[in-house]
Design a protein around this ligand. Structure first.
Ligand code: ATP
Length: 358
């Protein structure tokens, strides 16, 4: 099978972890003769701004249409020039343009990795293009505005279409796992917004009688996730709640470096770790590449499922095996309790992939 995968490094530690993740994806997929992948590097972020005056060149957006999926590194938009319309935060636009409605964010604990909780294996499925996020929740303009200098308003958008779409993603994932979905909401207060979200989840739940469905208030879930994360399998929730809870769940298993992610839409999928560009650790060789590498693994798995391509599924499993091996050997970065540099950890994973017999 023939695929095209886009590669966008993003900013700051993106330039350190994305090339390693892509090298590992290449090493795993070239193991299988019947898989051919065209890897296409595309400019984005601050480097692109310096090179060609735009953080999201039209050429990049146009090219993504011809990809099967892509890898996007973290974006450090906080330092982009404030008053230049060409210095925009690119990732909400990409999520919106390509209808990447579901953001799948797993958190898993490992025996040999520093973590607050053990035996954690859960996924937060976060709605990705509406909710409270004002930079993506309206067609034109912004979902936030100030009628006076002393009054700010933020509008939250909840649609039946996206709520059902994200619930579908959650139930499909749960079917492959421990068969439990928890819808997280605050419908006691947001009677219409969270009410519509929960109603949509209930509708979708009826199509999956083999999956146990439960509901939980977001505040209750925050405490419950800290105290008993083991009782969760797949959580599904609206954009802002999911943004916050997925950082919380990453904290349970070792921090943001342990938090991969995949943004999924009807046609395209984007590997994008949960963490930001972490400018404070750039160049120190301590950025944990786990999140980006496992995001890449998730992309290959998604493409394998979509295209019924067992070679891609095997390639994605190979990456997971290699990551497990590196963790077992302690070839991990300091945040995971090891002493390896970013490159050493990436190279250890890559060499396992390259040398193992398939
Ligand atoms: P954003 O606003 O885009 O979500 P942020 O700036 O709030 O991002 P991050 O950049 O995600 O936050 O990082 C917060 C902190 O987490 C960093 O300062 C760093 O210490 C840690 N961190 C994030 N990603 C990694 C990583 N891959 N490896 C090691 N530490 C990381």
């Amino acid at each position: 099978m023939q695929y095209k995968i886009g590669v966008m490094n993003g900013d700051d530690i993106g330039h350190e972890v994305v090339p390693l993740a892509v090298e590992i994806m290449k090493a795993s997929t070239t193991k299988y003769n019947n898989v051919a992948i065209d890897w296409v590097e595309l400019p984005i972020g601050y480097k692109s701004y310096l090179d060609c005056g735009e953080t999201l060149p039209q050429h990049t957006l146009d090219s993504l249409k011809y990809m099967d999926g892509w890898v996007l590194g973290p974006i450090g938009h906080a330092v982009y020039p404030k008053n230049d319309p060409k210095a925009i935060n690119p990732h909400p636009i990409i999520r919106k343009v390509f209808d990447l409605h579901s953001n799948v964010r797993p958190s898993r604990s490992y025996v040999n990795v520093n973590s607050v909780q053990n035996d954690v294996d859960l996924i937060v499925v976060r709605e990705n293009i509406e909710g409270f996020q004002p930079d993506r929740n309206v067609y034109a303009g912004t979902g936030e505005f100030m009628p006076t200098s002393d009054l700010a308003m933020s509008v939250r958008v909840i649609t039946r279409r996206n709520s059902e779409a994200v619930a579908e993603t959650a139930f499909k994932l749960a079917q492959q796992r421990r068969k439990k979905v928890t819808a997280i909401h605050k419908k006691s207060v947001f009677k219409m917004g969270c009410g519509l979200f929960v109603e949509s989840c209930r509708n979708v739940a009826q199509k999956y009688p083999d999956v146990l469905y439960e509901e939980m208030h977001v505040d209750t879930s925050a405490a419950s996730l800290v105290m008993n994360p083991q009782k969760f399998d797949v959580l599904v929730t609206t954009n802002m709640f999911g943004d916050i809870l997925s950082d919380l769940t990453s904290g349970l298993v070792g921090g943001l470096g342990m938090a991969p992610g995949l943004c999924i839409g009807p046609k395209y999928s984007m590997a994008q770790a949960t963490h930001g560009s972490a400018p404070g650790i750039v160049g120190k060789e301590i950025a944990n590449p786990y999140a980006l590498i496992m995001s890449g693994k998730m992309l290959l798995e998604w493409l394998g499922v979509q295209n019924k391509d067992s070679s891609l599924l095997n390639a994605s499993q190979l990456i997971e095996d290699a990551v497990n091996h590196a963790i077992k050997k302690g070839m991990v970065t300091p945040d995971m309790g090891g002493e390896a540099t970013t490159k050493e950890m990436g190279k250890a994973i890559c060499s396992y992939v390259s040398n193992v017999h398939v």
